[in-house]
Write a protein that binds this ligand. Structure first.
Ligand SMILES: Nc1ncnc2c1ncn2[C@@H]1O[C@H](COP(=O)(O)OP(=O)(O)OP(=O)(O)O)[C@@H](O)[C@H]1O
Length: 458
C-alpha cells in the first residue's frame, strides 16, 4: 500500500534526502524544515507516519510528539536523533513515540523501522474501522490503561492480532490475561469464527484430554457417545489454553503434537484429525522455572512462547489505578442506578498506594463494594475495604518499613497526588504547595507514573 510520510528536520538537506529515499521505497514523502510547518501540514493532510528530528529551534521533537499524540493519536512518530541525544529519544519512546533512529543512519534500518511503523498504523486504522462492527466489548480501545507498561501491551497486541502467531500471555492472577486473549481474537481476521477457552488447571488429566481432543463412543467407561473436543470446536478460530502451566505432564506430549502439527487423535479414535486453530496460552506461573523443575516440557514451552506478552501487575502500573477505578465506577454506578460522581482525593490516594495482590479483579471488587456501601455522591475512605489500609504501611519490625525505598516512594506518591488534587491538576500550584520547583515535580510525576489530577477527576 502506498503511504504518506512527513519528514521533519531543520537540517533541510537531510529531510529532503530522507524524503527522496522514502519515495524510492514507494511512499509519498513530504519534507518540512521545522515543527511549526509540520503542524500546518498535519492540519491540512492526513499522514500515515511522521519522522521527526529531536532538536529543532522552533519547537522540539518532544513537543511535536506530544501534539501529535494528542490530536492524531493513531499516527505513529519515529524520532530522528543524533547519537548524543539517544537517551532523550529513548525517553520519548516511553512517552509514546513508535521508535527512534540514530543519525547517521543506514537506509536499510530506516526502511525496516518505517515498514514496522506502517504495519502498525494499518492495523490501528483497520481496528478503528472495525470498532463499529464489533460488539464493542473487546476492542483494544476499551482496554483501560495509559501507563507506559500497558501501552506496551497494547502495542504488542496490535502487532500480533493480525497474524496467526501463537501468543503466550503471562501475568499474575487478575491482571487481564483473559480479557487480552479475547481482545486478540476479536481483533484478528478470525473474529467471526469461534473463540474457545479451556482452563487446563480445572480438570484431572483424563478428563482434560477428552475435553481438549474429544473421544469416540466406547473409548472408556462412560463414553456413551462421540464427543468433539475443544481443538475441533475451535477449528477456524482461536483456542485459548488458560493456566497452561498447570497442564499435566502426561498430556504435554500429545499437546505438543497438536500445537506443532495441528493434528491430534480423539481418545479411542484410530484416525487423526487436522484443524486450523490459532493458539493463545496464558499462565500466572514462571514457565522457565517450570521447565527447569521438569514440570513443563521445554519443547512445548518454546512452541508456545512464540510471541510472549507480559501483563504487568497493577502495582507496576499504578498510574492506571485512577483510570480503571473511574471506569469501573461509571459502569457499576450505572448498573446499580446510583449517582456517584467520583472518588475523594484521600480515597484515590489510598487506592493508588495499595499493592493490589489480586490486581484488576481486586480493584473491580473494591469499587463494586464501595458503590454498594456509598451513601454520598463521592466515594470516600470509609467506603473502601479495611484491608486496603493494612497493606499501605506494610510494617517490618517495630514500625520499620520492610523496603525503605518502596515506602518512601509510596509516601511521595501520596503527597503528590494530594497536592495535584488540591491544585485541580495545575502543576505550578501543586509544586508551590509541596515547596518544590515545577521541574522537580514534573520529574517526580514522570518517575512515579502519576496521572494528572484533572484526568483523575474525569
Ligand atoms: N485493561 C483492562 N481494562 C478494563 N478492565 C480490565 C482490564 N484488564 C482486566 N480487566 C478486568 O479485570 C478482571 C480480571 O481480568 P482477567 O479475568 O482477564 O484476569 P486474568 O489475568 O485472566 O485472571 P486469572 O489468571 O485469575 O484468570 C476482569 O473483570 C476484567 O474485565
Amino acid at each position: 500500500m502506498n503511504h504518506s510520510i512527513l519528514v521533519v528536520d531543520d537540517e533541510e538537506r537531510l529531510a529532503i534526502v530522507l524524503a527522496a529515499a522514502l519515495e524510492d521505497m514507494g511512499h509519498a514523502a513530504t519534507a518540512v524544515g521545522g515543527a511549526h510547518e509540520a503542524m500546518q501540514r498535519l492540519e491540512r493532510e492526513r499522514f500515515d507516519l511522521v519522522l521527526t528530528d529531536l532538536r529543532m529551534p522552533d519547537m522540539d521533537g518532544r513537543a511535536l510528539l506530544g501534539e501529535i499524540r494528542r490530536r492524531w493519536p493513531e499516527t505513529p512518530v519515529i524520532i530522528l536523533t543524533a547519537f548524543a541525544t539517544v537517551r532523550d529519544a529513548v525517553e520519548l519512546v516511553k512517552e509514546g513515540a513508535f521508535d527512534y533512529i540514530a543519525k547517521p543512519f543506514e537506509i536499510d534500518h530506516v526502511a525496516a523501522t518505517v515498514a514496522r511503523a506502517l504495519r502498525l498504523a494499518d492495523v490501528v486504522r483497520d481496528n478503528e474501522r472495525l470498532r463499529g462492527e464489533l460488539d464493542g466489548r473487546y476492542n483494544l480501545g476499551t482496554l483501560v490503561g495509559d501507563s507506559a507498561s500497558f501501552r506496551k501491551v497494547i502495542r504488542q497486541i496490535t502487532e500480533v492480532c493480525e497474524t496467526r502467531a501463537t501468543v503466550l500471555l503471562t501475568g499474575e492472577s487478575g491482571s487481564g490475561k483473559d480479557v487480552v486473549a479475547r481482545a486478540i481474537h476479536f481483533n484478528s481476521p478470525r473474529r467471526n469464527q469461534p473463540f474457545i477457552a479451556v482452563n487446563c488447571a480445572a480438570l484431572p488429566e483424563n478428563l482434560l484430554e477428552s475435553e481438549l481432543f474429544g473421544h469416540v463412543k466406547g473409548a472408556f467407561t462412560g463414553a456413551t457417545a462421540n464427543r468433539i473436543g475443544r481443538f475441533a470446536a475451535a477449528d477456524g478460530g482461536t483456542l485459548f489454553l488458560d493456566e497452561i502451566g498447570d497442564m499435566p505432564i502426561g498430556l504435554q506430549a500429545k499437546l505438543l503434537r497438536a500445537v506443532q502439527e495441528l493434528t491430534f487423535e480423539p481418545i479411542g479414535a484410530n484416525r487423526s484429525q487436522k484443524v486450523d486453530v490459532r493458539l493463545i496460552a496464558a499462565t500466572h506461573q514462571d514457565m522457565r522455572a517450570a521447565v527447569t523443575e521438569g514440570r513443563f516440557r521445554e519443547d512445548l514451552f518454546y512452541r508456545l512462547n512464540v510471541f510472549p506478552v507480559r501483563l504487568p501487575p497493577l502495582r507496576e502500573r499504578a498510574g492506571d489505578i485512577p483510570l480503571l477505578a473511574a471506569d469501573f465506577l461509571r459502569r457499576l454506578a450505572d448498573s446499580m442506578g446510583k449517582r456517584i460522581t467520583g472518588f475523594s482525593p484521600a480515597a484515590l490516594s489510598a487506592m493508588s498506594a495499595h499493592d493490589w495482590p489480586g490486581n484488576i479483579r481486586e480493584l473491580h471488587n473494591c469499587v463494586e463494594r464501595a458503590v454498594i456501601v456509598a451513601r454520598n455522591p463521592v466515594i470516600d475512605l470509609p467506603d473502601l475495604p479495611q484491608d486496603l489500609f493494612s497493606n499501605v504501611r506494610r510494617g517490618g519490625r517495630e514500625g520499620l518499613p520492610q523496603d525503605l525505598d518502596a515506602e518512601l516512594e509510596r509516601i511521595e506518591r501520596d503527597f503528590i497526588i494530594d497536592a495535584l488534587q488540591r491544585a485541580n491538576g495545575v502543576q505550578v500550584q501543586a509544586a508551590k504547595l509541596l515547596g518544590v520547583s515545577e521541574r522537580s515535580l514534573w520529574h517526580r510525576i514522570k518517575k512515579l507514573d502519576i496521572r494528572l489530577a484533572r484526568k483523575v477527576a474525569e
